[in-house]
Design a protein around this ligand. Structure first.
Ligand code: DGI
Ligand code: FE
Ligand code: FE
Ligand code: FE
Length: 184
């Protein structure tokens, strides 16, 4: 599988804007992978596929979480926005025969993060946060930190997301805290 095949695979499942976001995440992930010594080919594929399940029906994602032993059941207690990464990875494994565990992990944890993220996990997580179309408060500071320090940039992105969620009195999934604690 290459960049084009992966992008063609997800395109029909995404809205146009989400597809354009995906292409920018691929370009950003390639840059970060080159800078921080991750596998560039894997970064391209994981980035291209990362939002594959973004628009899957909630009932279908719920079924996957109930039925697959590998998915933590506590996802169901948190916002459904967190489901598309872990469920998407398993769907791609099943439907596309994707077996690379590093690629699957980067897709699965691209929203929440987790403790002990690998370099590919971090590259995809950060690319999703800093791609040029994003305009979160504080994103420019994360972009400049990402010029030199992958862990620091990830920790800043996590801090911004956690702070945002708390300011809205929304729940924070424990893996997001674990990722933050691990990289700060
Ligand atoms: O799918 P994308 O929009 O490209 O980005 P994403 O998969 O990183 O989704 C992020 C959204 O999920 C983010 O705007 C905040 C929301 N969210 C809700 N609960 C949590 C959460 N994000 C994290 N990291 N942790 C949470 O507990
Ligand atoms: Fe996503
Ligand atoms: Fe993200
Ligand atoms: Fe995304």
């Amino acid at each position: 599988m290459n960049r084009e095949t992966a992008l063609e695979y997800v395109r029909p499942y995404l809205k146009e804007q989400r597809y354009e976001h995906t292409v920018r995440v691929v370009d950003t992930a390639v840059e970060l992978a080159e800078r921080f010594g991750a596998d560039v080919k894997k970064a391209e594929i994981a980035a291209a596929l990362h939002d594959y399940a973004k628009y899957k029906p909630l009932e279908e994602m719920k079924r996957w979480i109930h039925n697959d032993r590998r998915l933590p059941k506590d996802l169901l207690d948190y916002h459904h926005e967190l489901w598309h990464g872990p469920v998407g990875a398993l769907m791609l494994e099943r439907e596309l025969g994707l077996t690379d565990q590093e690629v699957l992990s980067a897709i699965a944890f691209h929203t929440t993060g987790k403790v002990h993220m690998g370099v590919l996990d971090k590259v995809v997580f950060l690319a999703d946060y800093i791609e040029p179309g994003r305009s979160f408060p504080g994103v420019d500071e994360v972009r400049s930190t990402a010029e030199a320090d992958l862990d620091r940039a990830c920790a800043m992105a996590l801090k911004n997301t956690i702070t945002f969620l708390i300011s809205k009195e929304r729940t924070v999934y424990p893996d997001t805290f674990h990722a933050y604690n691990d990289m700060i």
